[in-house]
Design a protein around this ligand. Structure first.
Ligand SMILES: [Zn+2]
Length: 201
């Protein structure tokens, strides 16, 4: 932020009142801000410094790692819930990803001490993507296992142990990448992203 004193045109040296402490001064000494509805708002140098200290302090003190940690737990818990909903109902509800988006977004927000910011939004969105991915991976592994158990003749090499699928395996990727699926996931990621959106002052 630049420390420029507004001294332009006819407003120079008008007597104004600090909108924070009520002290009187001139527009030459005070800082002028565009307030709501175009009206000017004035701050004396002391109040301006105080406001800036508070803002900088808040930004620095955002506990990013706690926000990440809580968001990660939410992503894993959400993915586990998603997995069980899917295998117990034998149906995959894409809308569960919307719930995952909210769950992760609010966990990040709470972890950050209710503070918001662009960095928290990105962390939240990436954790939603991670949650979607592990849910889909677990679901795919489960259905593959079920299929192999049902069709042993096709897998005579198989010893019955759990099979680890390469996450980049095309069968796995095709199992959940569809236009409608991607749209629902994108909405889930977006929900996780907007929860931590900075509020306008
Ligand atoms: Zn003041």
């Amino acid at each position: 932020m630049t420390d420029s004193v507004v001294t332009i045109g006819s407003k120079t040296n008008l007597t104004v009142t600090c909108s924070n402490c009520g002290k009187e001064g001139t527009t030459g000494e005070f800082f002028t801000y565009q307030g709501a509805k175009g009206a000017d708002v004035y701050l004396c140098p002391e109040c301006r410094a105080k406001v800036n200290d508070t803002l900088v302090g808040e930004e620095k003190s955002i506990p990013t790692w706690r926000a990440f940690g809580l968001g990660l737990i939410a992503a894993v818990v959400g993915a586990v819930i998603w997995y069980y909903i899917t295998i117990l109902t034998d149906h995959e509800y894409g809308y569960v990803s919307l719930g995952l988006g909210y769950l992760v977004g609010y966990a990040v927000l709470i972890g950050a001490g209710k503070r918001r910011g662009r960095k928290l939004q990105i962390i939240s969105a990436l954790l939603v993507v991670f949650g979607i991915f592990i849910a889909e991976y677990a679901i795919f592994s489960h259905s593959l296992h079920t299929y192999m158990v049902a069709n042993p003749s096709q897998f005579d090499w198989w010893d019955g142990q759990p099979v680890w699928v390469d996450p980049w395996n095309s069968l796995f990727l095709e199992s959940f990448i569809s236009p409608i699926g991607l749209l629902i996931y994108a909405i889930g990621v977006y929900l996780g992203y907007v929860v931590c959106k900075p509020q306008k002052v």
